[in-house]
Design a protein around this ligand. Structure first.
Ligand code: R5P
Length: 307
């Protein structure tokens, strides 16, 4: 079965890597905005009977979602056999509960919508906290990949004397796994978030780790305030300037500046979102998952008909 990979704007290097690593065709697409801000999508490659892989990492999702939806719907109408979304960063996972009266669980609404227009989803370390697994909210087969083994390999090679520090209890799941794979000790801080850019962290029991290089590990670095607060705390405690390792480099607005001012020695991220801090390549992991998921879909169900 022939497979075509299409890149949503900004995802060209991911799409090229997926096509090269899975021996698929790199397809052509036109995506642009009309003067009134509406989206225009045109598929320039043959569609009927083919499987499609859509490369679309979903940071800043609101601008991307309509083109993605229009693309998947167009492919379906033109007779695509199966459509797999490769979204190394999966948006809308953090509003996974009602925190204040009047809110909705947008993680669930988003998942319900995406499940209506693609047949399978591949992502890396989605922010699973109160949602136990993607299948609890997505109604399609999902491949949930972990960056931990590759982060651990990087640490083993570059910083074998590290102590890993998670900035909050939510990070324990990633930090403990990376630590066990890298053979490093770890600890987790207590975080209090008072607003989007107002975060404080508590003093941890880290005296035992003096002499090691502190490495802050988090899944998402968004405003950078969580990592910056943890970094300041460690340097105030007399530790060497920490290094930060994040999976998803959202790095919104002045995040890099906030990290720099906090004294962070260096930030290394995985290439789930393209950024100058990318230092850990997950494309081979994503390509292997793409082949696996397409095979699974081929075995489990005939191509879906347009409703
Ligand atoms: C929180 O739940 C996440 O694991 C990250 O700690 C958080 O998203 C980081 O956000 P920011 O960089 O905006 O502090």
């Amino acid at each position: 079965m022939s497979v075509t990979v299409l890149a949503l704007p900004g995802n060209e290097s991911l799409a090229s890597a997926l096509a090269a690593l899975t021996q698929a065709t790199l397809g052509e697409l036109e995506v642009r905005r009309f003067p009134d801000g509406e989206s225009y999508v045109r598929v320039l490659s043959p569609v009927a009977g083919k499987d499609f892989v859509l490369a679309a990492t979903l940071h800043q999702p609101d601008a991307q979602m309509l083109p993605l939806y229009f693309l998947a719907s167009t492919l379906r109408e033109l007779g695509a056999a199966r459509i797999v979304l490769v979204a190394p960063y999966l948006a809308y996972m953090r509003q996974d509960a009602i925190f204040h009266p009047g809110e909705g669980v947008t993680a669930r609404y988003f998942a319900r919508w995406v499940s209506t227009f693609v047949d399978g989803l591949i992502t890396v370390d989605p922010h699973l906290h109160r949602i136990p697994q993607l299948e609890a909210v997505y109604a399609i087969p999902c491949e949930t990949l972990a960056a931990a083994p590759l982060m651990a390999s990087w640490l083993k090679q570059e910083l074998p004397d590290a102590v890993l520090i998670g900035p909050d209890v939510e990070s324990e799941q990633w930090v403990s796994e990376v630590a066990s794979l890298a053979g490093c000790p770890f600890t987790v801080l207590q975080k209090t978030r008072r607003g989007d850019r107002d975060v404080s962290v508590s003093v941890p029991h880290i005296d035992a780790f003096r002499g090691r290089t502190p490495v802050l590990i988090d899944d998402i670095v968004s405003t950078g305030r969580t990592m910056a607060a943890a970094c300041r705390l460690l340097t105030e405690q007399g530790f060497a300037r920490p290094l930060g390792i994040g999976v998803h480099a959202i790095l919104a607005d002045d995040a890099m500046e906030a990290l720099h001012q906090s004294g962070l020695a260096r930030l290394i991220t995985c290439n789930t979102i393209r950024h100058a801090s990318n230092g850990i390549d997950l494309h081979p992991l994503l390509a292997a998952a793409t082949t696996r998921l397409l095979n699974q879909l081929r075995q489990s169900a005939p191509p879906r008909e347009e409703a």
